[in-house]
Design a binder for this molecule. Structure first.
Ligand SMILES: NC(=O)c1ccc[n+]([C@@H]2O[C@H](COP(=O)([O-])OP(=O)(O)OC[C@H]3O[C@@H](n4cnc5c(N)ncnc54)[C@H](O)[C@@H]3O)[C@@H](O)[C@H]2O)c1
Ligand SMILES: [Zn+2]
Length: 519
């Protein structure tokens, strides 16, 4: 309240050539009474439900329009998490922030404010802000309103232009930025408050892409210390993490340091884990350079290392403060890794983005050529779907399980081949085929969905035939992973595009059915 949101919103609408809607005014127009009198006569709960209905309708209309509006909403409108997550998914949400003293001064100067009608308004503002801090932190950006309105509007417009995908994780929320050739230009602003940056990469990636990032960090006035690992999963271990800790310490990195991970999923997983533990936790930023690290590892906050043969056996949830997916970096990624990651993109389309599925079908050849705009679109869409799922379910309680589509059999095939013959993505491609075929056998998956997906996987260059795959051995490995509950496996079935379900299947039945797929 009293942040100047209506004026700022109108200014942003003006400069972006969009219509402007003030939610309070829309509620007033609809009910024929003022916000103050609605509060007084019907109470806050009733006002919130009117506000919610009104905002829901505005969002419904905006979803189908070419010129979606700029909407100014009151500080209570996005407190309900379901509505906030919807707004984060469909809009760019900017929180305008100010100190309690300044906000109280402004609010009182503007007259009646229903929420402040107590003996100590400033204390009330302080309490409200504390109560709502987590909700406000989940916005794409928080910007100070204690500046001239024109510059506040300019800052808000810049956030809108960046169009980050919001990963809502309470106070640890962050944005994933997707674009082409922008990481070096953007990274400086993100480390402005860090006297030291620890830039972590692997030797292959470092030789190709580190100089520009390092120069940009140095130009931002931060001192850069570097760690470059030997590339590959074999080096994803605690010894590598220790070398990050030691380099950081030798470089006098303190709690204000930022770790920057430049590389594939191995580098981002290890850097995130090193950051989670160094000085009990420092900031880190991901600059993923493989398609897999962009579409999968950039969301979810999972960090860690392998221990002996146990993948990701040691780790922590530790969110990055930002992720920069610069698709230019993918131009040098080896073909096999890029194509493998497309299996996760197809999986994601099946789970939650029918439009992306259609895009992949119509543009399969251009996908393989790594057209920059198209690749950016696929990364953005994949990140959005995963962010949406993970935001609803931060700690893997249930909903997140849908992300395992294709992974139950996929993991088994990958493990059976000793993690060498098949890449993870290739195994997932075969796992998707298995999940679709099993779904057909159990009457859950329509045949034409299987056929369409198989055809798409083939056209993208992924393996899509189970014939000749070691299903007998793989079947025995199913359920040997940590996600098994009792003697049942929660199996993910595809019912349609953007429509998946998880069902418990007894392990013995699942093994029998997988064996039957070989025929
Ligand atoms: N945290 C998560 O949620 C999550 C999700 C998926 C995967 N992962 C992890 O990610 C890892 C796999 O990631 P990956 O496939 O990116 O492997 P990777 O990091 O090993 O990279 C693969 C290879 O490509 C090279 N490379 C990377 N980017 C390049 C570029 N732009 N140009 C040229 N070469 C480049 C690397 O040097 C490496 O040799 C696994 O350890 C997996 O556990 C984590
Ligand atoms: Zn996967």
């Amino acid at each position: 309240m009293a942040t100047g949101k209506s004026t700022v919103g109108a200014m942003v609408a003006e400069t972006t050539g969009r219509p402007f809607i003030d939610l309070d005014q829309a509620v007033e127009a609809e009910t024929g009474s003022t916000v103050e009198s609605l509060f007084a006569s019907q109470g806050e709960a009733k006002f919130r439900s009117l506000e919610r209905a009104c905002l829901t309708r505005i969002l419904d209309e905006a979803a189908g329009s070419k010129q979606a509006p700029v909407i100014a909403v009151g500080g209570g409108a996005l407190i309900a998490r379901d509505l906030r997550l919807r707004a984060l998914d469909e809009c760019v949400v900017v929180t305008l922030e100010g100190s309690p003293t300044e906000l109280t001064r402004r609010a009182l100067a503007q007259g009646a404010r229903p929420l402040l009608s107590g003996p100590n308004p400033e204390q009330r503002v302080t309490e409200l802000l504390a109560l709502r801090a987590t909700s406000y932190a989940e916005a794409q950006a928080r910007i100070s309103c204690e500046a001239p309105l024109a510059s506040v509007a300019e800052n808000a417009r810049a956030v809108w232009e960046r169009d980050e995908v919001a990963v809502a994780a309470g106070e640890a929320s962050y944005g994933v930025q997707v674009g082409s050739d922008f990481a070096a230009a953007r990274i400086g602003a993100l480390v402005a408050h860090s006297p030291v940056c620890v830039l972590v990469s692997d030797r292959t990636v470092a030789a190709l892409h580190a100089p520009r990032i390092e120069a940009a960090l140095a130009a931002a006035g931060t001192r850069v210390v570097r760690v470059d690992f030997e590339p590959g999963e074999a080096h994803k271990n605690i010894a590598s993490v220790e070398s990050v800790w030691r380099t950081a310490l030798a470089g006098s990195a303190d709690r204000k340091a930022t770790f920057v991970a430049l590389g594939g999923g191995v580098v981002t997983d290890m850097t995130g884990f090193a950051a989670s533990t160094y000085m009990r936790g420092v900031r880190w930023i991901g600059i993923p350079t493989t398609l897999l690290a962009m579409v999968d590892a950039s969301v979810g906050g999972k960090t860690g290392v392998d221990l002996e043969s146990a993948k990701n056996a040691v780790g922590a949830f530790w969110q990055p403060s930002a992720v920069l997916c610069d698709v230019r970096h993918l131009s040098t990624e080896p073909v096999r890794g890029f194509v493998s990651a497309l299996a996760e993109v197809v999986k994601t389309a099946l789970i939650g983005d029918p439009e992306m599925f259609a895009l992949l079908e119509s543009e399969a050849e251009r996908v393989g050529r790594r057209d920059l705009d198209l690749t950016a679109e696929l990364v953005r869409r994949s990140v959005r779907v995963k962010a949406r799922i993970v935001s609803f379910d931060e700690r893997e309680s249930g909903l997140r399980a849908v992300l395992n589509l294709g992974h139950t059999v996929g993991h088994a095939l990958e493990a059976q081949a000793g993690y060498t013959a098949l890449s993870h993505g290739e195994a997932v491609s075969l796992g998707l085929v298995a999940a679709l075929r099993l779904g057909e056998a159990l009457g859950r998956t329509p045949r034409d969905l299987s056929e369409r997906t198989l055809e798409l996987l083939r056209r993208l260059g992924l393996p899509a035939s189970l014939l000749g795959q070691p299903l007998t051995d793989a079947a025995n490995l199913i359920g040997h992973d940590k996600k098994r509950a009792g003697s049942s496996v929660r199996f993910v079935f595809a019912r349609g595009l953007g429509d998946v379900e998880t069902l418990p299947i007894p392990l013995s039945e699942l093994r029998t059915r997988v064996l039957a797929l070989a025929e």
